[in-house]
Each structure stands twice: as structure tokens, then as C-alpha cells.
Write a protein that binds this ligand. Structure first.
Ligand code: ADP
Length: 489
């Protein structure tokens, strides 16, 4: 073949494989359309040297001088080169990996007259090789055992963790049935899994047991997915297995602790119930005697002040015992409600009276009232308000004013109790409705059991009401609740 034989060149013109020729000095004498497309440019015939790309690189990315290109080497050495890998760069700076096959051409007298080169684009092959390598390294380094098998259940691949988990090397298991790992009594499981996989189903986090080479049973969590070939046909399954033997032991331990905790909690609830009942009876009679004494004692009697203080203390004690009793009742669903139509203004007045009676440090300012009818339990709603007012006093030791107001907002009555006290950190507000929860920073400074708000929240929720708390540390808190108003009132 002569390098400039136009008739022969025509044969290559439409070839899908990039082909070009050079003369003996390396000037390009012909290139086909596939070559122009691959280079992204059309070199100048008899002017461009060695290669249609003006920038070429070695496979490691370092620049390759054009005069050291494989075509130049083949012509200089008069020897063909086979499949030399290099990178060519297009004018738009995109790069392609290619394999080149430059060959010198001699005339009948064996004189070098030029060369031809075939250029094969291997970019996508290189990319998929890189992807393959990346996937392989992910599989190798995975902490989970990754195994593949065909639809007959024959193991086709096995990673390092599978070796560690089951004790078999890849050579020992590849080509063998996966049933090697399955205890006898679970063999039907594998048939079921294969059936599901062949129906394109995925099995996720399936907890089961498998056998190691040493005959030990281990608990594993399996995720099995179908493997498809390029046509989408299912040809096997991949299994990802995680050893959960320890996890299950921990779960069992946790369950045991939970059961123990629940039993302890129940003991505690039973004890609280019993204790508060036992406390209630003598307390009620002591209070009754004290109230009698309070009624009859003369103002100038030496014991007058003591009796007054004893009445306040015993009322506080009674509130605590009642709160504890309420908690037991809430737990057992025995908190009774006597529902009736009522005017909330009366509740506000009663509550203000009873709280004033307990404290003389704060003035309670009523900013607004509204005349609406509610359907609710008078005693329980008064209890909620009492709790908010007495907390407002308790948690604002350096203030002397509490504000209370009730406003109508659409079909709800919104009652708010505002204090100018210690406030509540934002992250504690959400936890306030929990039983026995007290804001840690001040739990030692202020007496209390952390049950009042829990009971209040329960009472409000039974009235279809809502509790809202706004607070800023060292500025004060506003405890609000809304209750539905009876239509037409
Ligand atoms: P107790 O006051 O008996 O601890 P509560 O259930 O009534 O129980 O209140 C729960 C917690 O909420 C209190 O311990 C306190 O930390 C916080 N708290 C309640 N009301 C106020 C308030 N007005 N200002 C600041 N903190 C409050």
C-alpha cells in the first residue's frame, strides 16, 4: 500500500475507526472523518506533524512532545507499535484516552515512504474500568459481608469481610452453594429468597442466623437485591450481611432493663398512690381542726400568728398531697371531671382570693376579664389557675406583681398569667409538661415536686384546651391557656 494512494484512502474515508497517514517526515497526508471527529479538529494536510491533536499526553497526564508521539517513534525506528495508550486533547480542552497502532510504510525497495495510524477511543472503557475499580474497593473495604450468587444459589463473589465473618476464603466458597452457610432447618429460607429475587423483589434487613466454617451460629441482618445484566434480566443476587449477634444481645439486655424499669416505676407509682392516700386522711382532719381554731382564736391571743401560718402551711401540704393523688388518678384514668356550664370570671375571682390568702408578697393585678360561658369542671379549672398563680409568685421572689387577664380570641377564651421572675430557659420549656420535670438550675432553690404543670396540662387537654408558655430568663414568664367557649355565649 502506498500512503498517498487516493483510491485506497477512499476505503478508509467512511470507516468508523479513526485512521490517518503521514509522509516519511511526519506531515499528515490523509485523515478520515472518524479521526477528525475524535481530534475535534481538521489538521492541515502536509503541514500538521505526527498527530491531528496539537496537545497530547502520556497516560499519567504529563505532556508528551509531538515529536515523541507513537507515530514519530514508529517512523524513526521503522517499526510498528501496537496499542500504545495516550491522551489526546481537543481544542475545547476535553481529553480522550486512545490506543494507537502506528505502522511505517515502505515502497517496493524497502525505503520508508510514510506511516499510517489507527486510533481507538477507549475513554468510556477507561471510565468504566475506574468505576469498576472504585466499586471493587468499596466492596473490599466494606464492614459488611458482600456476597453475590447466581439464581441457582451458587456463590460467585465473596469479599474480605465475608471471609472474616464466616471463616471461608473465597477459594473455598466460590462455585459452591450458598446453603453451605445456612443451617439445615433454614434451607427453605434460601428457596424463598431466590423465589423473591427472581421476581425482582428486594429483601431488606432480614434478621436470621447463619453458620460459620467453625460451625458457630451467628445472628445476621441480610439485605438481598437482584443483580441484572445489561438487558435487565435478573441473573443473580447480591447479599449484604451484617453480624448482629452483639446488637441482639444488647437489645435483649435493653429489653430486660426496660422491663425492670417499668416494674420499678410501677412499684413507685403504687407507693406514691398509697402514700398520698395515707397522708390525705390525717391531713384532712388536721386541717379541719386548724380551721376551727383559726375561726375561734382571738386576734390578741399569743398563738394567733402561729395558727395563721399553720393554716398556710397546711394548705400547701394539702396541695402537694392532692397533686400526688391526681397523678395516680391520671395514670389509672380515674381523674373524675364534673362538667357543667360555668362563667370563667368566677373562677378567676375565686382563684385570686385563695392565692392572695397564701401570699402577701405580691399584688395580683387583674388586667381584663370577659363574660363568656365555658363547659368544664369548676374545681379542676380553678386548680389550673391556682397552680399558675402560685408558681408565678414562687418563681418571682424579687418581684411584687403578677398580671392576670382573660380575653376572647375567636371562639376561644385565652387566659394568661404573667410574672416578672426568674424565667425559664428556652430548651426547658418543651419539657415542662413532663411528670416530675423541674428546671434544673433552680430546682434546689425553690420547693416543689414538678407535678403541678403535668396535672394542669392533663386537665386542660381534657377540656380541649391548649397550654402555651412564653418566657425569658431573668425577665419573667407568661403561662397562657385557651379553652373553647360555648357557642352563642
Ligand atoms: P413545681 O413548681 O412544684 O416544681 P410545676 O409542675 O408547677 O412544679 O412546675 C414545673 C417546673 O416549671 C418548676 O419546677 C419550675 O422549674 C418551672 N416553672 C413553673 N412555673 C414557673 C414560672 N412561673 N417561672 C419560672 N419557672 C417556672
Amino acid at each position: 500500500m502506498v500512503y498517498n494512494d487516493k483510491r485506497l484512502m477512499v476505503l478508509f474515508e467512511d470507516s468508523p475507526i479513526a485512521v490517518y497517514t503521514c509522509d516519511a517526515e511526519g506531515y499528515i497526508t490523509f485523515f478520515n472523518e472518524a479521526a477528525a471527529k475524535l481530534w475535534g479538529r481538521r489538521p492541515q494536510i502536509n503541514q500538521d506533524l505526527w498527530c491531528g491533536s496539537s496537545k497530547v499526553y502520556y497516560p499519567d497526564g504529563t505532556a508528551m512532545p509531538l515529536k515523541a508521539s507513537p507515530m514519530a517513534m514508529a517512523l524513526h525506528s521503522s517499526k510498528p507499535l501496537n496499542g500504545v495508550e495516550m491522551i489526546i486533547e481537543r481544542p475545547d480542552r476535553t481529553q480522550h484516552s486512545v490506543l494507537v497502532y502506528p505502522r511505517p510504510i515502505f515502497d517496493a525497495d524497502d525505503v520508508l515512504i510514510g506511516g499510517h495510524n489507527t486510533v481507538i477511543d477507549i475513554t468510556s472503557q477507561k471510565k468504566s474500568e475506574a468505576n469498576q475499580a472504585m466499586l471493587a474497593s468499596i466492596i473490599t473495604s466494606s464492614d459488611d459481608a458482600i456476597i453475590s450468587k447466581n439464581l441457582q444459589g451458587i456463590i460467585t463473589s465473596w469479599n474480605d469481610t465475608a471471609t472474616q465473618m464466616f471463616g471461608y476464603t473465597p477459594e473455598e466458597v466460590i462455585g459452591k452453594s450458598i446453603k453451605l452457610l445456612i443451617p439445615e432447618d433454614r434451607h427453605s429460607e434460601e428457596d424463598d429468597i431466590l423465589y423473591r429475587i427472581s421476581n425482582d423483589e428486594r429483601v431488606r434487613h432480614y434478621e436470621t442466623e447463619r453458620l460459620t466454617k467453625a460451625g458457630k451460629l451467628i445472628k445476621i441482618s441480610l439485605t438481598i437485591s437482584p443483580i441484572k445484566n445489561q438487558n435487565g434480566t435478573i441473573i443473580g443476587a447480591s447479599k449484604i450481611a451484617r453480624n448482629i449477634t452483639e446488637e441482639i444481645a444488647i437489645r435483649l439486655k435493653l429489653k430486660k432493663y426496660m422491663n425492670e424499669l417499668e416494674a420499678l416505676n410501677k412499684h413507685k407509682d403504687d407507693f406514691m398512690n398509697l402514700a398520698s392516700h395515707e397522708l390525705k386522711t390525717p391531713l384532712t382532719s388536721a386541717k379541719a381542726y386548724l380551721q376551727l381554731l383559726d375561726r375561734f382564736i382571738e386576734k390578741d391571743h399569743r398563738g394567733y400568728e402561729f395558727v395563721k401560718r399553720a393554716v398556710v402551711s397546711i394548705s400547701r401540704l394539702e396541695k402537694l398531697v392532692n397533686d400526688l393523688l391526681d397523678i395516680s388518678k391520671i395514670k389509672t384514668g380515674q381523674l373524675q371531671y364534673n362538667m357543667e356550664m360555668l362563667n370563667f370570671n368566677e373562677i378567676i375571682k375565686n382563684s385570686m382570693d385563695s392565692v392572695k390568702h397564701l401570699s402577701n408578697t405580691h399584688s395580683i393585678v387583674l388586667k381584663n376579664m370577659t363574660d363568656v360561658t365555658l363547659y368544664g369542671d369548676r374545681v379542676r379549672l380553678e386548680q389550673v389557675l391556682n397552680n399558675f398563680l402560685s408558681n408565678a409568685i414562687k418563681y418571682s421572689p424579687n418581684a411584687d406583681r403578677i398580671e392576670i387577664e382573660a380575653n376572647r380570641e375567636a371562639d376561644m377564651l385565652v387566659v394568661s398569667v404573667k410574672d416578672f421572675g426568674i424565667g425559664i430557659p428556652q430548651d426547658s420549656i418543651d419539657r415542662l409538661g413532663e411528670r416530675y420535670y423541674r428546671v434544673e438550675d433552680n430546682s434546689s432553690e425553690f420547693p416543689g415536686l414538678g407535678v403541678g404543670l403535668f396535672v394542669s396540662a392533663e386537665i386542660l387537654s381534657r377540656h380541649n384546651g391548649k397550654l402555651m408558655i412564653e418566657s425569658e430568663v431573668n425577665k419573667g414568664s407568661t403561662f397562657k391557656f385557651s379553652l373553647p367557649i360555648v357557642k352563642g355565649s
